[in-house]
Structure formats: C-alpha cells, structure tokens
Write a protein that binds this ligand. Structure first.
Ligand code: AMP
Ligand code: FE
Ligand code: FE
Ligand code: ZN
Length: 289
C-alpha cells in the first residue's frame, strides 16, 4: 500500500530525544511513513546520520531544526524545514544559542546547589548526546542523583517555567529567528502554536499576521498535543493568512512518554499532501526540495 502519512517534527539525542538520529529515521520507516524530518532543538548535528540512514532504508528525509523565540507575549517555537549545510552565519548563530544554553544551565545548577542538590555540568552532559544540553538533561541528572523520583517532579518542583530553580535562557526575537532560518533558504513554520495555555485564538491570529510579514510560510496544525478543535483552528487560520500546513509528533523517544513517532498519543495522522504542498511552494520559489 502506498505510504500516506508523514512526521515532520522529531528529536534525537543531538538535542533532548533519547534515540540516535538513525534510530529516529529507522523508526519512521518501520511505521511505514512516507517521510520524516529531524528537527532537533538548536542543532543540526544529527542531520548527516539521519540522512544517510534515510537513504539506506528508503524513506523521504527532510533536514530540519527547531528554535525558540521570544517576544513580549512569551515564547514560541519555530521549525526550519529543508535546512542546508549551515552557512558561516548559521554556525555562529547556533554557537551563540549553545553559549546561552550553557550559561543558563550553569545558573540553574548554581540554584540547585544552593538548595542542597549539587551536580556537576559533566553529570548533566553525560545524560545528553553532548550537543544541545538543556533542562531535560538536568532532570535526568537529578533523577540519577535521586533528588527527584520522576522527571515530572523535576520539572514541576524545580525546572519548569517559574519553578524554584528555573532560569530563563536568552532567546532570539521572532524577527531574528525567522530571518535566520529564511536566509538559509529554509521554510519556516510556527511549531505547536496552541501548546501554550496563554495562546488564545485572537493572539494567534495577530501572531500569524505579524510572523507572516516577517517571512513565516507554514503552521504546524497537526501535533501530538493539539486537540481536534485546535487542529481546525490552525487549519482555518492557515487559510485566512495564506499559510501552508505542516505537522508532526514531536517525538522525543523515551524522554517524552506516550508520544509515538508518526501517531503521537494515538490519533495523530499527518497527511502526505501537506509535504507535497510544501514542496510545490518551495519549487515555485526556486528553492531546493
Ligand atoms: P530547554 O530547551 O533546555 O529550556 O528545555 C526545554 C525542553 O524541555 C522542551 O523541549 C521539552 O522537551 C522539555 N520540557 C519542557 N517543559 C517540560 C515539562 N514540564 N515536563 C517535561 N519536559 C519538559
Ligand atoms: Fe524538546
Ligand atoms: Fe517545541
Ligand atoms: Zn519539538
């Protein structure tokens, strides 16, 4: 049977997933998906291995990235799809994001130490793939030290937004983030726009007009945590703002329980048609596919 579904949002150990990039791709092929994108946070270091495996197993592969941006209203995530070999400018930007991560991670470790939970950065790094290290790895290190019983407890009590050891990381503005991805020739989508409880339909409407003017091309309507009503809202807003649709599971392997590659928490289906339309749009702009 022809493969009809895709997953354009996944994470590997290059950021905060648990699977090596090649395993992410192999899992997508085993799920009989037509295509998969690797979209690690703030790094492209998993792309080469993922692409090689995709060629080997015969699945369509889209190299991607996810970066967080922040304006006065809060944080939103962007997906860059069809990321090329990084330019000098992109390498510098990713170095800066990693630098900001290290600074923030150390500040969080300092707070935790003050609260009687000392840990070294090496311990935290050991819980990661060594690239985009962040809060999920701090949570794993806390678990290893038995400071918490579950990762959930680590986020709820210490690491989550506004919790005791939370320190914000310096993020790009939407304008900077969109331009960074666009200038590489990537197609920019806003990731899981309904995930934040602070995001109302009115605010999303405003955000989309604003982001579209800055170079946004698509909206991630299909996502593991979007309800059917939220999917409909995104599809309607996409039509209204002349944006394309994308979707994915936001798979993190063992690091996000209950989310399966391709099908999310069970009901997710991202149609291949979305990818066909993204490709047609890129071709119309003279961009590679
Ligand atoms: P960071 O990029 O280091 O700030 O960490 C953000 C990552 O932590 C997200 O991409 C999620 O994978 C994970 N995360 C954020 N909030 C939670 C939470 N409440 N519980 C579990 N994981 C979370
Ligand atoms: Fe993540
Ligand atoms: Fe995200
Ligand atoms: Zn993600």
């Amino acid at each position: 049977m022809a493969r009809r579904f895709i997953d354009l949002h996944t994470h590997s150990i290059a950021s905060d997933g648990s699977d090596p990039p090649e395993v992410v791709v192999r899992t997508a092929a085993a799920q009989k998906l037509a295509a998969v994108a690797l979209t690690d946070h703030d790094t492209l270091s998993g792309i080469a291995a993922a692409r090689e495996e995709a060629e080997r197993v015969g699945i369509d592969f889209v190299p991607g990235i996810e970066i967080a941006v922040q304006d006065e209203e809060g944080e939103l995530h962007l997906l860059g799809l069809w990321m090329p070999e990084p330019s000098q400018r992109m390498r510098e930007a990713l170095d800066l994001l990693q630098h900001n991560r290290r600074k923030r991670n150390q500040a969080m470790l300092d707070v935790l130490a003050e609260q009687g939970m000392p840990m070294s950065m090496d311990e935290v790094r050991a819980c990661s793939g060594g690239e985009a290290v962040g809060r999920p790895h701090i949570a794993l290190a806390m678990l290893a030290r038995k400071y918490v019983a579950t990762r959930r407890e680590a986020f709820e009590r210490y690491l989550g937004w506004g919790a005791r050891a939370f320190v914000a990381r310096e993020l790009l503005t939407p304008e900077q983030g969109i331009a960074l991805l666009r200038d590489e020739g990537a197609t920019v989508a806003v990731a899981h726009p309904c995930l934040s409880p602070a995001m109302t339909p009115e605010r999303l409407d405003d955000t989309l007009s604003d982001f579209r003017a800055k170079g946004l091309s698509a909206i991630e309507a299909y996502h593991s945590v979007h309800t059917p009503a939220q999917v409909r809202l995104c599809v309607d807003l996409a039509a209204r703002h002349n944006l394309l649709l994308t979707g994915g599971s936001d798979y993190h392997g063992r690091n996000k329980e209950g989310i399966r590659l391709g099908s999310g928490s069970g009901g997710l289906r991202v149609p291949l048609l979305a990818l066909d339309r993204l490709r047609a749009f890129r071709k119309s702009q003279g961009l590679w596919v």
